[in-house]
Design a protein around this ligand. Structure first.
Ligand SMILES: C[S@@+](CC[C@H](N)C(=O)[O-])C[C@H]1O[C@@H](n2cnc3c(N)ncnc32)[C@H](O)[C@@H]1O
Length: 357
């Protein structure tokens, strides 16, 4: 079966108007949300406190991108490189505690330069070691997010003296509580390449690669629904962005923030990042948490995939703007989203009734 038809079938099944059969996550965990949708809710709080309030072994997936230890501090504040690991470990310990044995923790962190020198900080590597050796997480697999749109910085080394190149990847580490978390790569297959399809048609003879790997006839079998993806997430990674909105300059979130004169979150990750891991590591109705939710990219994707979700951020204005992600969501419209507090309630209600004619 061709990839396109699988994707289409999934779209038909997954994105209808649905509600969970299990308790809403805000109710299940007795949390106060600033807003709630059918599948989840946004909580304005320090996520360390929220994580501490959750029971052991209760969460299927944590996918998140905390503030990075950047040399130039972002407006929401970054612990500097030395303090960073110390700052993050208490969150990671709570995350490990609340994860189910089948659960996973996906952490996106960017690299950094040593201030004043054309050398890279090794804080990310120290952090990785600490998460495995001190916190006790298993490193299920490392991924890389290839983002060619990253700026060529530090300018001094990259564009002025030209002695370094553009840093275009960020780490995405997939941790788990046990060596066998729930996972299936069948949920994230890619379309077969033209070469694969050609080889399949032509037929492949068993052969040995120079490195000694034996390639047999089944290698070019294109009957398995798609090819197994690599551990690099990039713009070629298949996605349901049209359903979720994306991070392009004119996506619904940024457009509506601009229209409303509301600040756009300065460090969003692309929808493909939570999408890939939510699909691969969870089932519908599972609970997904983003403890550094920002503009709530994770919640939006979870909503579209019928996963229960909780997004936590300590900056109220980011959560307030993140409501826009659920306006007109997949044709459900804001009327289907139960909004408990909103500055834009009146405007949004008006839009909703207009949409209904
Ligand atoms: C890199 S941003 C996350 C962006 C998000 N992935 C998105 O796509 O919009 C990190 C977020 O963590 C939040 N944050 C920092 N410390 C926090 C804490 N202790 N509890 C909750 N949120 C926190 C910041 O306000 C910021 O919005």
């Amino acid at each position: 079966m061709a990839y396109e038809s699988i994707s289409h079938m999934a779209t038909q099944q997954q994105f209808g108007f649905t509600t969970p059969t299990k308790p809403h996550p805000l109710d299940a965990f007795s949390l106060d949300g600033v807003y709630r949708t059918n599948w989840g809710g946004a909580v304005h709080a320090d996520s360390l406190e929220v994580l501490r309030s959750l029971p052991d072994d209760s969460i299927d997936l944590v996918v998140t991108s905390p503030p990075y230890a950047l040399h130039f501090k972002k407006e929401y504040g970054n612990a500097n490189q030395e303090e960073y690991i110390e700052w993050l470990l208490p969150f990671a310990r709570e995350i490990r505690r609340v994860l189910l044995d089948t659960g996973s923790f996906v952490l996106n962190v960017g690299g950094a330069w040593v201030p004043g020198k054309p050398t890279r900080s090794i804080y990310t590597y120290k952090l990785l070691v600490a998460l495995v050796e001190d916190v006790g997480l298993e490193l299920a697999q490392e991924f890389f997010w290839y983002n060619p749109a990253k700026m060529p910085v530090p300018a001094e080394w990259v564009t002025v003296r030209r002695i370094r190149v553009k840093d275009s990847v960020e780490f995405v580490w997939w941790f788990s509580k046990t060596p066998f978390p729930k996972a299936t790569n069948r949920a994230v297959l890619r379309p077969y390449s033209k070469d694969m399809i050609r080889l399949n048609k032509k037929g492949l003879q068993a052969t040995k690669r120079p490195a000694g790997h034996v390639i047999n006839e089944s290698f070019a079998n294109t009957e398995n629904g798609g090819s197994i993806p690599p551990n690099v997430l990039d713009e070629d990674t298949p996605t349901d962005l049209l359903k979720f909105g994306n991070n392009a300059a004119n996506d619904p979130y940024t457009r509506r923030c601009k229209e409303a004169g509301v600040k756009i979150h300065p460090a969003r990750f692309p929808a493909i990042l939570p999408e890939f891991f939510i699909k691969m590591l969870t089932d519908p109705e599972d609970v997904v948490i983003d403890p550094f939710a920002g503009s709530n990219t994770t919640g939006m994707v979870a909503e579209g995939l019928d996963r229960r979700w909780i997004g936590i951020d300590m900056e109220a204005s980011y959560l307030e703007a993140s409501r826009f992600r659920f306006d007109d969501f997949d044709g459900r419209g804001p009327s289907e989203v139960e909004v408990t507090v909103s500055k834009n309630k009146t405007k949004r209600r008006r839009e909703s009734s207009r949409a209904k004619g």
